[in-house]
Design a protein around this ligand. Structure first.
Ligand SMILES: Cc1cc2nc3c(=O)[nH]c(=O)nc-3n(C[C@H](O)[C@H](O)[C@H](O)COP(=O)(O)O)c2cc1C
Length: 415
């Protein structure tokens, strides 16, 4: 427990978490706390942001966070990862995007859109004909929810690069502070990076230089279409944790290439739908060992996301220079005022609950659905001004998932 210090300004001044940080773009963050991407699935049937979604981001901004990253936003409406995704691919929802950006920036925080394409990780209920670098199907327990993908043609790859660029351009027009390219968690760009998913023999496959080409071209395209004060970062796996997948050495090489090009920040995570590492619980901050190595190799500020649960853990990771910024997903859903509470000495820890159906075999099957639907329901409640609730079993959460998604609730997703 921390000793209470009455002078709040003095306490904040002593905390590493409340030190400012400025990106190369010039974007100045008031503290070192980042809301990591949490796909809210609160887009409407035309894939526009809803008033509820906008409201939720105002709440997070009011809670004192320095930087907010949106849940993944798709760059192409024919390639969606989940029901309720927001899509940014043309001007039609620009006014709503403007409102969303303004809400996320309302209390002197900055807000970025996370840009994504699911590739083969598009559930078959939503997309029966997914595309990917190569026609390599997902493996493992979650594979039943996904059809094997078709390999992209070269013109299609060019179109995807253009789509990321267009989405970033629209994000700047809407008033967002920047974008984060999602190259982690097994989605399309991670599939290109991974030698297990990418078997291409052209300029986009084979050597690491070729496998990272699409990521670098997307980065360059975004830079060419946005102003120099627009922030561009990336979320990347430290490793895929699968045989023959993207390795720590690969990851460091991609980071270095992006660093050389002047990327503003690098967010570190890990895992995919084949190996749900990013959704780990309970054992403290994940990927810290890797971030210490990465920090020696790159100049861009590093965000580590995953597993931060205590004031002490956050402060220690920052004070020991293991990371420059701390990313929070589940904790900031359960406690949207965590940053202000931390600064005011009112936060010591958050408990991320575990829910069981009472049958361990069933828990193995539905555990990841429960783990995600619980947070979706809490975000839904926050938008309505309701308190966070903690049911005693997994059953009410499963009931919520079915009410919202019907049988689609059974489709595996990120966690
Ligand atoms: C409900 C929910 C939705 C998520 N959506 C995304 C997403 O859209 N993009 C992404 O990169 N990560 C997503 N994640 C993963 C988080 O950003 C984060 O990497 C992970 O939850 C570990 O951080 P935590 O321990 O602070 O929760 C999501 C996690 C949750 C719980």
């Amino acid at each position: 427990m921390f000793k209470r210090i009455d002078n709040k300004g003095e306490r904040k001044a002593k905390m590493k978490a409340w030190q400012q940080l400025t990106f190369k773009s010039g974007l100045n963050l008031k503290n070192r706390l980042v809301k990591a991407a949490t796909s809210e699935t609160l887009g409407d049937s035309s894939a526009n942001p809803t008033p509820q979604l906008i409201n939720l981001y105002r709440k997070w901004s009011e809670g004192g966070i320095g930087m907010i990253i949106s849940g993944n936003v798709m760059v192409d409406r024919t390639a969606r990862g989940e029901v309720g995704n927001v899509v940014v691919d043309d001007q039609t929802n620009l006014n709503l995007l403007k409102k969303w950006a303004a809400a996320g920036k309302s209390n002197n925080s900055h807000m970025l859109l996370q840009l994504n394409h699911p590739g083969r990780q598009a559930p078959k209920t939503l997309n029966p004909h997914p595309v990917a670098p190569s026609s390599v199907a997902l493996k493992g327990d979650n594979a039943f929810g996904f059809n094997p993908p078709r390999a992209l043609t070269l013109p299609e790859i060019k179109e995807i690069i253009a789509a990321f660029g267009r989405a970033a351009q629209l994000a700047e027009q809407a008033g967002f502070s920047g974008v984060e390219i999602h190259a982690a968690h097994g989605y399309l760009l991670n599939q290109f990076l991974s030698p297990a998913a990418n078997k291409r023999t052209d300029a986009y496959g084979g050597s690491l230089e070729n496998r990272m080409r699409i990521v670098l071209q997307i980065y360059d395209r975004i830079r060419s279409l946005t102003s120099s004060s627009f922030t561009v970062g990336i979320k990347i796996n430290s490793s895929d944790f699968t045989p023959d997948g993207f390795t720590v050495e690969d990851s460091l090489a991609v980071m270095k290439a992006l660093d050389k090009r002047g990327i503003d920040f690098i967010e570190i995570s890990g895992g995919s739908y084949e190996q749900l590492k990013m959704m780990g619980t309970g054992k403290g901050a994940m990927f810290i060992k890797y971030s210490k190595t990465a920090k020696k190799e790159v100049t861009a500020p590093i965000i580590v996301t995953g597993g931060f649960r205590t004031a002490e853990g956050i402060e220690q990771a920052l004070a020991s220079n293991a990371t420059d910024l701390v990313g929070l997903a589940r904790p900031i859903v359960l406690n949207p005022t965590l940053p202000n509470d931390l600064g005011n000495n009112r936060f010591s820890k958050v408990v991320v609950p575990h829910f069981s159906t009472g049958w361990s075999q069933l828990d193995k099957k539905v555990g990841s659905i429960v783990g995600l639907a619980y947070y979706e329901e809490q975000m839904d409640r926050l938008t309505k001004g309701k308190e966070i609730k903690q049911p005693r079993t997994a059953w009410p959460i499963l009931a919520y998932a079915f009410r919202k998604q019907g049988l689609g609730a059974l489709m595996p997703r990120r966690g």
